[in-house]
Design a protein around this ligand. Structure first.
Ligand code: PMP
Length: 427
């Protein structure tokens, strides 16, 4: 038994599943998880002394890689001045100014502590603003674990939706409707059926939680048009894509202005931060200005703001990082496609800017329907073999790979060599 195994055994006794977020248990890949000791740049080191090239990057926040010296230095000084006050600080204002400056759709922004809080609060705000009840989400999109967003469409019908978690009463999800990603007709039908009572449509402008599924630009433009025409607020959940696919997020790339934007991950630089923002007249409804209540003891926490501010400032000062990461992702995609074609393996690579996914299915990929038949067993085998080779991929098929500024061409070249070796044995 190695150190990770024995810590996991201890963990399972005192933490449900031994982990504080389900995917970390490696359940989908059929092995016990590694426990991390430290991380630097593009590498993670486990408690058994193994080194891995990391493509999880904390699920997105670490666009500069792990433990960037310039960001970490200064944390101690901030802590010496106190770790939390429950009173306002200037860095919160500077953070908000940076975000407002980067997103023309955002006039005002409120900080929270996670992506879940950001989307939950954005939905409450949309309902409060429109005075309507129903919301539309897309199958395969994830927006955190608040009750009303844990929903999928039931048994292929367009009118029956069921909770995806125990403990969510069906009454709570009665007002959550589910449409098909990249399929505008499915949205139009729901609007026809429930017309006047739809408050908002929430969407990941680039889907990153069913693997990576790129948006069809016509679909997104049409979504913007029909929501506007029907007095429905459009929420872009940019928790993953914000400051990742471009400094101005997916909305900048797609040229679409949502009514409300949710942010998280990168804006905390690895510390717990989320945010939601939008037009002034909408945001002015948030307490204490308006009647939509939302609060947080640790919201705008000085350490989290420090990391977030440094990250955003560094991104703003050198936007060439986005091209660098995208070029690396393109190289990765091309090399993978070469191997896949050579082996005639039933795999499909998807990519949007620097976001990348390797699906174990040979399909055109536009929605959850296209990926749900992926060969999960083969993905699990691929994951396990790559881990042995010193590369850590997302421990689940329906997650994207994250690249950072710290990943070098050599990292990706090494990864490709190892992937080719592993896939040659599998196909
Ligand atoms: N929205 C999206 C698009 C996400 O990917 C996630 C988390 N992966 C969330 C919301 C929830 O964020 P958090 O885990 O910080 O609550």
């Amino acid at each position: 038994m190695n150190n990770s195994n024995s810590i996991f055994n201890r963990a399972k006794k005192v933490i449900p599943g031994g982990v504080n977020s389900p995917v970390r248990a490696f359940g989908a890949v059929g092995i016990d998880p590694i426990f991390v000791k430290s991380a630097l740049g593009s590498k993670i080191y486990d408690v058994d002394g193994n080194e891995y090239i990391d493509y999880i990057c904390s699920w997105g926040p670490l666009i500069f890689g792990h433990s960037k010296k310039e960001f970490i230095s200064g944390v101690e000084e901030i802590m010496m001045r106190g770790t939390s006050y429950g009173l306002p600080t200037e860095i919160e204002v500077s953070m908000a100014e940076l975000i407002v400056d980067a997103y023309p759709s955002i006039d005002m922004v409120r900080m929270v502590s996670s992506g879940t809080e950001a989307t939950m609060s954005a939905i409450r705000l949309a309902r409060g603003y429109t005075k309507k009840n129903k919301i539309i989400k897309f199958e395969g999109c994830y927006h955190g674990h608040s009750d009303s967003l844990l929903v999928k469409s039931g048994s292929g019908t367009l009118t029956y939706f069921e909770p995806t978690s125990l403990g969510v009463p069906s009454k709570v999800v009665e007002d959550t409707l589910v449409a098909k990603y990249n399929d505008i007709e499915s949205v139009k039908k729901l609007i026809e059926m429930y017309g006047d009572d739809i408050a908002t449509v929430i969407v990941e402008p680039v889907a990153g939680n069913m693997g990576v599924v790129a948006p069809d630009i016509k679909f997104m433009k049409e979504l913007r048009r029909i929501t506007e025409d029907n007095n429905i607020l459009l929420i872009f959940d940019e928790v993953i894509t914000g400051f990742r696919v471009s400094y101005g997020g997916a909305q900048e790339v797609l040229g679409i202005k949502p009514d409300i934007t949710c942010l998280g991950k990168i804006i905390g630089g690895g510390l717990p931060v989320g945010a939601y923002g939008g037009r002034k007249e909408i945001m002015e409804l948030v307490s204490p200005l308006g009647g939509v209540y939302q609060a947080g003891t640790l919201s705008g926490n000085p350490l989290a703001m420090h990391m977030g501010y440094k990250t955003l400032k560094a991104l703003k000062n050198d936007k060439s990082l986005y091209t660098k990461i995208e070029n690396l992702a393109i190289y990765f995609e091309n090399e993978l496609n070469r191997i896949i074609q050579d082996l005639k393996a039933p795999l499909t690579v998807t990519r949007f800017k620097g976001m990348l996914c390797i699906f174990f299915i040979d399909n055109e990929i536009k929605s959850y329907d296209d990926v749900k038949g992926s060969d999960l067993k083969s993905y699990a085998e691929f994951f396990r073999k790559m881990l042995k080779e010193g590369v850590i991929l997302p421990p689940a098929q329906f997650e994207g790979l994250f690249l950072s500024d710290a990943h070098t061409k050599e990292d990706v070249e090494t990864t490709i060599v190892k992937m080719e070796k592993v896939l040659r044995k599998m196909y």
